[in-house]
Design a protein around this ligand. Sequence first.
Ligand code: CA
Length: 228
Amino acid sequence: MAKILVIEDESSIQKLLSYDLTQAGYQVDTALDGTTGLKKAEKNDYDLIILDLMLPGMDGIEICKKLRKSNNDVYIIMLTARDDEFDKITGLDSGADDYMTKPFSPREVVARIKAGLRRQKKTKHPNRSIALKNLTLDINRHELYINNKLVPLTHKEFELLLFLLNNKGIALSRDILLESLWGFEYDGDTRIVDVHIFKLREKLVDSGVVIITKRGLGYMLEEESNEN
Ligand code: CA
């Protein structure tokens, strides 16, 4: 049974989520403020965290950053109060895997959670690694090494890198990346892909591997040429 932590200070939403998720067969733990939420997330091994952005004590962004900094790659769905672009981008930038805008239906939450857990499991299953130039991606352990040095990745960055590596030399449109990695319609908003590509690029410095933008086609991973 998957264990889910819900960090949300609005008790009505908290109760509703707990009820819906328990009904859906998940084991649910809750926290009503940021500090307690972070403590629980650090102490326990959750399969997924639903994290509200605005929280007393410590906000969702900070919790996310702290967890990622300590190499915690738990799948995080961030909740934002309204359809606010700034919130979304900031949320993803802090290392969240997915986000949802309030209000949402129980069915939508459960669907997102299922997709998240499925992806988590799928990428944790294979037992192998990919090596290219100065980069090694340990698929089993979700770890990226560049020049034998560990470079922390969020879950989504790992998935994205794996997908790009598996499709090396092929230009991938934002729609394909969105569909393959998130599996949802983001009301046509593909900036979620751009943000993740941007973060991943920063981490691939010195790897000998680059993600280039093919105008009108999308993104493509290739080996860096040796001439500088
Ligand atoms: Ca809140």
